[in-house]
Design a binder for this molecule. Sequence first.
Ligand SMILES: [Zn+2]
Length: 133
Amino acid sequence: MDAKKIKDTRRRLSSEYENLIKSINRSRLAAEEIKLENTEDEGDLAAISHERELLYNLHESDFARLRFIQEAMKAMDRGQYGECVRCGEDINEKRLDAVPWATMCIRCQGETEAEHASSRMMLAGQEAEETDL
Ligand SMILES: [Zn+2]
């Protein structure tokens, strides 16, 4: 990848980074507001807990992306941007255009997600067994 492309990508990454920080701060504030609301109404309580769950999930995915962006910028500093952290192959440039914070090639990404999904299922299975006792 040439120097100009790296420079452009770094700019994209840092603006995405700033946007994420802003959005994380916003959802933190929103969560605080929801916490402050005091209601005994069951319908309201259900709506509030649903809303908080949505915010929490949003928060989680923002943090995950933030970590990816930090990783991608570190890789840039090392001159390894665009290399898959898992297998070392070059990540497809089209993929990097669409997802500039990608740290893995599409194949490794797919394999890692499959591994995570199966370990999550195992954990869920264990929890279910424990509650049955
Ligand atoms: Zn790979």
